[in-house]
Design a protein around this ligand. Sequence first.
Ligand SMILES: Nc1ncnc2c1ncn2[C@@H]1O[C@H](COP(=O)(O)OP(=O)(O)OP(=O)(O)O)[C@@H](O)[C@H]1O
Length: 443
Amino acid sequence: MAKILIIDDDTSFGLMIEGFLKRKGFDTVFVSSFNNALHSVRKTKFDLVLTDYRLDSGTGLDLIPVIKKHHQKTPVVLITAYSDIRVAVSAIKLGAFEYITKPVNPDELLHVINRGIEKTNKVSDTPKPPVARSNYIKGISRFAEQVDQQVELIATTDLSVLVLGESGVGKEFVAQRIHELSNRSAMPFVAVDCGALHTDIAGSELFGHRKGSFTGAMDDKEGHFEAVKDGTIFLDEIGNLSYDVQVKLLRAIQERKGRRMGSNEEYAINCRIIAATNEDLRSSSLSGKFREDLYHRLNEFSINILPLRERKEDIPLYSKRFLQLATREFKKEHIFLSSEVEDIFFSYEWPGNLRELRNVIRRAVLLAKGDTITLAELPPEIQMPSKIPQAPVQLRDVKEKSEKDTIIEILEQNKYNKAKTARILGIDRKTLYNKIYKYGIDA
Ligand SMILES: Nc1ncnc2c1ncn2[C@@H]1O[C@H](COP(=O)(O)OP(=O)(O)OP(=O)(O)O)[C@@H](O)[C@H]1O
């Protein structure tokens, strides 16, 4: 029976969730304070932790690193209020398995919990095989095509690649794609979440340890650099590695050799390295937070993935494909997006990028009663984006305003001839139509 820790300072809500999960056959523990939560996760290994974001003397986000330090593979699910979508994104960056927004839908909660537990059961010490090729969906925007060309070009080489982009844009998917197209594809692809690697255990996780080399080292353990063999190691959230671990990593890359903690024997490192970050690693390296020499080692080639809001042409395609995947997953038949939903998808900013789009569609398919997804199946932050407190990103607003004004001006000068306007602006007609739509230009 899977054991779940539920953390919520709203006791009645927490007990309600506990009652629900007990009825579904889970073994549950409920705590209502941050300190009790800390105590429980240090003492007990749970199959899943479900935590609210706002707790009495801390937040669910503060708990994630502690849980990951003690039980790295335990999935954490964060419950957030709809206005906390950026919190949800941070949770994923810190290694949370998933987030769900309030009001909590019981079917959705159960589905997420089952997925989390299933994933942990599948995780073993053997590296996971790469995701099947068919899972990678190619975008259609000019930008997405460029990324695919770069991926195909770089795949055949042994260069280290640094993949840059916001959380959820698909950096890991790109890394897997490079691996699958490379001549290492029959070898393992090992993804390491550096953001969830606590400094104390990072060396042992990456390079392994010998039994007895530190308190708690009960057995010999193979590190990721050994497990990956001649395959590809994907170092996600590389900017989060502590300075000490950066030094170890640099030495291993330079010498192409690794050594388990507590051992004198070295092993060869022959894998390809792909790293990813959503930070400005260049600035971190200039400011000394990230070692510059390591930065250059990792950045033999870089691929920058744009956020979804800057390549809106891709939204309809991904929506359609995610809809097909979710329909199959939940064994439903032919579900469509209503035109209001399509419009809202197009205008929404998608701070969580493709991950958020995929989650929103899965949730909507799960909740859909008929064959059409309507606004009612969307989470509140998407139904009412204006209610979300926006970060004061004024520069983008200025840019968009001037882009809109320029388009109107050229359209007027050319009597609303769109082909001519697009040519003058140096964009294709589809992009012009998208922008006309986006800015609500009456053309
Ligand atoms: N090219 C793609 N094809 C299909 N699905 C994708 C693609 N890219 C991203 N996704 C979807 O978005 C989710 C997030 O992708 P991924 O984990 O690669 O993002 P990421 O940029 O590495 O995120 P993070 O920085 O938070 O680790 C995936 O689980 C998948 O559902």
